[in-house]
Design a protein around this ligand. Structure first.
Ligand SMILES: [Zn+2]
Length: 180
């Protein structure tokens, strides 16, 4: 279970009418929910949360765009969003799904990619369109040594959105977060 850990931002439900929670507070809560497939980054860092809105009577509306259709992780983090926001004073939580514009790895910041690399997951490097259309993935850098002397072992890693690669230089396998 995910619990908010920043006490300064913890919403005091007793103040409902006087100090309604801000959208910044809501973003901060969502940024504490790890992505189920890549727990080192949050669903906000991955760009899965597109929009938040707080309506009257402490209802939160969160719009998400799944990283790819049929992603089994989606129902996991939808439940996480609902339980965390309810624990933090929201009466009602609605999670909406927006499929357009489609999620793209372009929404990952350089900081997020660096975070993935530090945890041994190669972030997407290629142009998403080129890779999706032509399965072009000839230059995946090893997250450990940065060498491109690598080859693919399996198109699917521990989850469908990752592939398993092998670094010929380190003689170690690593996961590559695929482009979509
Ligand atoms: Zn290597």
């Amino acid at each position: 279970m995910v619990v908010a850990n920043n006490s300064d931002l913890t919403y005091k439900s007793g103040n409902a009418g006087v100090h309604p929670p801000s959208e910044a507070f809501l973003w901060n809560l969502l940024n504490q929910i790890p992505d189920p497939d890549i727990p080192v980054v949050s669903i906000v860092e991955l760009g899965l949360v597109r929009e938040v809105k707080i309506t009257d009577k402490l209802k939160a509306e969160v719009t998400i765009t799944p990283s790819y259709s049929g992603c089994p992780a989606q129902s996991v983090f939808t439940d996480d969003i609902k339980s965390l926001l309810k624990q933090n004073g929201f009466n009602e939580v609605e999670v909406k799904v927006a499929l357009s514009p489609a999620w793209t790895t372009d929404w990952l910041s350089n900081d997020t990619k660096e975070k993935m690399r530090l945890h041994g997951i190669a972030p997407p490097e290629n142009e998403p369109e080129a890779e999706a259309l032509f399965c072009k993935q000839n230059k995946v850098k090893c997250p450990r040594c940065g060498n491109t002397n690598t080859h693919i072992i399996s198109r699917f890693g521990s989850t469908p959105c990752k592939a398993l690669w092998y670094c010929n230089y380190c003689s170690q396998p690593f996961e590559y977060f695929k482009c979509f």
